[in-house]
Design a protein around this ligand. Structure first.
Ligand SMILES: [Ca+2]
Length: 347
């Protein structure tokens, strides 16, 4: 009996050791914030939904034209990060000889509602964390015709909101890790419009916003006509603490003509383009010799979002013109390519 007890004790001790080891292995990055399970930004949390919360901060300190601020490597990070936690390093590929294959697209060459095998919707009027004024309908403000997707923001009351609009999401129907994204679009016009072509994490592996990252391929606020913003947000670099990595460029006729807004997402950098011209490159090793998920959560799947927001802390910073509605964002196509060479070194 005693021996049995001893054996049981030993067994229990071994189990505890094992589970402790497993816990250590599974240990998540510190304080991942609000865990996202529905893919929506935390609409009820003004602080963590900082991207669209451009507020009244002095943006000049980190909006520096078409260049990011000076490269800086924090010496304290050198050699202090365990090797298996280092991201965005050690990928070898010949950038100039990368090839790409089309893996997903919507040319909008049909009529009616957006293809429901490709698109879903974020709906509601929560303000989306930025005091936005629109109610997002389940596709009522989106129509496909004449080769185009048209998202229309209208001045009409719905469930307490003064405006309606639609936010398309490809989540669960189009989710990718790395790739080249091209969206040909014509933007709405006028004070209070805030269109965006952007990406959010599908699985939120590193925790809620901003930990798991955000990629803004195109943002435009109507009071600053033709100035297009390109940004990434991560735990180390996000707007609320004034450290997001962002750039702007002048896109003449952004609301009159179509332009192709592009992102090339590689395992160690992101290149933003307009009509094929580079506007902004985010490369975390420019800032940290040993980036981790805090600077590069971009090794997990993301999906696309297309929307027009109305007003809000950034879009409505200089008011909302009451007389410009309805306003539309027209999208000619969304094309997603992936590179076999990149796939080969990242799988
Ligand atoms: Ca088209």
């Amino acid at each position: 009996m005693k021996t049995m007890k001893k054996l049981i004790c030993l067994g229990l001790a071994a189990l505890m050791l094992l589970s402790a080891a497993a816990c250590a292995r599974d240990e998540k990055p510190e304080e991942p914030g609000t865990q996202q399970t529905d893919g929506q930004q935390p609409a009820d949390d003004k602080k963590t939904d900082g991207d669209k919360n451009m507020g009244n901060e002095d943006k000049s300190k980190y909006r520096v034209g078409s260049q990011v601020s000076d490269a800086y490597v924090d010496p304290s990070t050198i050699d202090t990060v365990p090797e298996d936690q280092i991201k965005a390093k050690g990928y070898e590929y010949d950038y100039d000889s990368l090839t790409y294959e089309l893996v997903w697209s919507d040319e909008f060459d049909y009529e009616g509602r957006p293809d429901d095998t490709k698109w879903d919707y974020d709906t509601g009027a929560s303000g989306w964390g930025n005091h936005e004024l629109q109610y997002y309908t389940r596709g009522d403000n989106a129509e496909v015709k004449d080769g185009l997707l048209t998202i229309t923001a209208r001045k009409e009351k719905k469930e307490g909101a003064e405006y309606t609009s639609t936010r398309l999401i490809s989540k669960g129907k189009g989710d990718w890790l790395y790739g080249k994204f091209e969206i040909r679009a014509k933007l709405p016009y006028g004070k209070g419009t805030w269109p965006a072509i952007w990406m959010l994490p599908t699985d939120w592996n590193y925790g809620g916003w901003p930990n798991s990252g955000e990629i803004d391929i195109m943002e435009h606020v109507g009071y600053d006509q033709d100035v297009v913003h390109y940004s990434i947000h991560t735990l180390s670099y996000y707007h609320s603490i004034g450290t997001q990595k962002t750039a702007t460029s002048k896109v003449k006729g952004a609301s009159e003509d179509f332009h192709v807004y592009g992102l090339e997402w590689l395992p160690d950098k992101m290149i933003f383009t307009v009509d094929g011209e580079k506007t902004f490159t985010y490369e975390p090793t420019k800032y940290k010799s040993t980036p981790t998920w805090k600077e590069w959560p971009f090794d997990k799947r993301f999906h696309l979002l297309l929307n027009i927001a109305v007003g809000g802390d950034w879009g409505g910073q200089r008011g909302v013109d009451e007389d410009i509605w309805p306003q539309t964002m027209e999208v000619d196509y969304v094309r997603v390519y992936q590179s076999p060479e990149i796939t080969a070194i990242t799988q």
